[in-house]
Design a protein around this ligand. Structure first.
Ligand code: AHR
Length: 611
């Protein structure tokens, strides 16, 4: 494998090349990175008809001791459903009667940690509520407090800190009373006090995102943006402002309710916290099953312009002031927007697209706009700065797709490979094989990064209790998380964005099952020549790596080899064995301009030669 590292043949990879795509799918947000522990906190998930289903809230007590139903007496005008609880007993069972919420498949309550409870209550009489964090059967008491509710004939906000005196991964929040009386509840929230930067994100999941050093964050979908029907699409306006006032919505593509605590503002905040450029994918008046005629799209265009003012406007602009009131007077630097998701073939796509495109270009000339139409093999019939390219396929096909962009036009919009993954037959639940094919595909994107500006794996997260889409990069439950090989594969590309790429040639009888790239990059101490090689075949392969044109000698001290492999190509990680397929790093004591390496069967090796 020959690397020509001479400066005149080197090219800089875009700073933005590798980032992440976050979609509200698989409970990635609600019950995932958004740390809210209560599911259906406003009792809205059953819909506006009352009395409605309050799932997953459940009742403690029987027909003779308690009566619970929803009505529409909430103090919040955009989410009017509230819960009315009538305690019928005076000699109530021990422990009282009431309601409990199991969160998202159980709340992770940890010893010594503080949990912030907020709830809105109303009662015409004086009642005493007991609020507890308990095990799923209610028997183990992890934290408890009594809250007297008096003088609350109007809605009253109650706040309480609960400190856990034990650990239970599948806990529930229960609210009980043991005397006759009526109480209404609304917007019951329980948040751990140690969220990332106090911004409401689950810290350990954010760390896994940070470890990818993402250069951009595409959000919030995916199909989530579109909806099966427009009425269920993500609407940014409904997802901002005080959390209590957000109506929430049913995501009908992935089939679950979200309270929209993780809303447009929080996505922008997340981008900032990750140091990633926000890429706002907005609904363009098209869902999976219905479309707004271009003749009627103007209000949707205005809505998107408002969303951009919300992000970028000064604190005294109409929408910028709403952002400022939420705690972020400085604008968020939105420089990219995607006009819809996977809608290129739809009847009104082009018409709607142009309306959005022209209005945004005029108001924000610096914003780069992303079309849903693939221009990798033929020119677009409309203006765009970038175009989406999505690929989900088997591993052999994706491996061979490393050459996809070799033939793409060097003029016109750049590619945004905003969703790629191996799936179905040979993906398992995230196999080594899948990650090798994906790595090979990414070396092709590095090589073609004069026309490919960005790339992101999809989907990023899955709550193990709701795997709607398989495979995914990060698997979690209420308290654990692990990366699939596809996650770990991406960590070996995190230094590529902004690095210099060099031409390589491979001469080997195995070249059909090899993929490789060479970059130079720097950390705070050293420069490195990084040669990444994927051996997609089942034989070990010996290669001589020889580098010419380097600006400094290779230093064995500080040189390393990192290898992602396993004994079986279908091996996966799991909660019980999270590190079965992870990169293993070792010193490369024989690193030199010319060196011999042996690539294990089915492996991804990354050689960092210190310069
Ligand atoms: O990543 C899962 C889904 O795949 C996305 O929502 C959609 O854009 C694509 O079809």
């Amino acid at each position: 494998l020959k690397v020509d590292a001479s400066p005149q043949l080197a090219r800089q990879i875009p700073d933005t090349l590798f980032g992440i795509f976050f979609e509200e799918i698989n409970h990635a947000g609600a019950g995932g990175i958004w740390a809210e522990l209560v599911s259906n906190r406003g009792f809205e998930a059953g819909g506006p008809h009352t009395p409605s289903n309050i799932d997953p809230w459940s009742i403690i007590g029987d027909d003779s001791s308690i009566f619970v139903a929803t009505d529409r007496t909430s103090c919040f005008s955009r989410n009017t459903v509230a819960l009315r609880m009538e305690v019928l007993c005076d000699n109530c069972p021990a422990g009282g009667v009431g309601i409990y919420n199991p969160g998202f498949w159980g709340m992770n309550i940890e010893d010594g940690k503080t949990y912030n409870l907020v709830m809105y209550v109303k009662s015409p009489e004086t009642v005493e509520l007991t609020v507890c964090l308990t095990s799923s059967d209610g028997l183990q008491n992890l934290a408890s407090t009594t809250i007297p509710v008096s003088d609350a004939s109007n809605w009253t906000k109650l706040e309480q800190k609960l400190v856990a005196k034990g650990t239970n991964r599948t806990s529930r929040l229960q609210i009980t009373a043991n005397k006759k009386g009526v109480v209404w509840f609304d917007q019951v929230s329980l948040m751990p006090s140690d969220t990332y930067k106090g911004h409401g994100f689950r810290t350990e999941l954010i760390s896994m995102m940070l470890d990818l050093k993402p250069r951009f964050l595409r959000f919030p979908g995916g199909c989530f943006v579109e909806g099966e029907w427009l009425r269920n699409a993500f609407r940014w306006r409904e997802s901002i402002g005080p959390w209590e006032e957000r109506p929430g919505h049913f995501g009908d593509v992935w089939h679950y309710w979200t309270d929209d605590g993780l809303g447009y503002y929080e996505f922008l905040q997340l981008s900032e916290d990750l140091g990633a450029a926000p890429i706002w994918v907005f609904n363009n008046g098209i869902s999976h099953n219905d479309e707004v005629d271009t003749a009627a799209i103007a209000p949707f265009v205005k809505d998107v312009l408002d969303s951009l003012e919300f992000a970028r406007g000064s604190a005294d602009s109409t929408w910028g002031s709403v952002r400022a009131a939420m705690g972020h007077p400085e604008p968020f630097p939105v420089k990219y927007v995607a006009i819809g998701n996977e809608d290129c073939g739809k009847k009104f796509y082009r018409g709607n697209y142009l309306k959005f495109y022209n209005a945004i270009r005029e108001a924000y000339p610096d914003i780069q706009m992303i079309s849903n139409c693939d221009a990798s093999s033929r020119p677009l019939d409309h203006p765009a700065d970038l175009y989406d390219f999505h690929v989900y396929t088997d591993s052999k096909t994706l491996f061979s797709m490393k050459n996809t962009f070799d033939r793409s036009s060097r003029n016109g919009p750049k590619a945004f490979v905003s969703e790629y993954a191996v799936w179905r037959s040979d993906a398992g639940r995230g196999s080594l094989l899948a990650s090798l094919a994906e790595a090979a595909f990414l070396t092709g994107l590095e090589k073609n990064s004069d026309v490919v500006q960005m790339a992101s794996y999809a989907p990023l997260f899955v709550n193990n209790n709701d795997q709607t889409w398989n495979p995914d990069a990060i698997v979690f439950n209420s308290w654990q998380q692990y990366g699939t090989p596809s996650y770990w594969m991406q960590t070996l590309f995190r230094e590529s964005s902004g690095a210099m790429i060099h031409p390589i040639t491979i001469t080997s009888s195995y070249s059909g099952s090899l993929a490789a790239s060479a970059i130079t990059w720097q950390d705070s101490e050293n420069s490195y020549l990084r040669v990444k090689i994927i051996n997609f075949g089942s034989d070990a392969v010996s290669l001589t790596i020889s580098a010419t044109g380097l600006q400094a000698r290779v230093n064995a001290v500080g040189s390393t080899a990192t290898v992602l492999t396993s004994s079986n190509v279908m091996d996966e990680n799991s909660f019980s064995n999270p590190n079965k397929v992870v990169p293993v790093k070792s010193q490369l004591s024989d690193a030199a301009e010319q060196m011999q390496v042996t690539l294990a069967p089915h492996s991804f090796s990354s050689f960092d030669l210190a310069l």
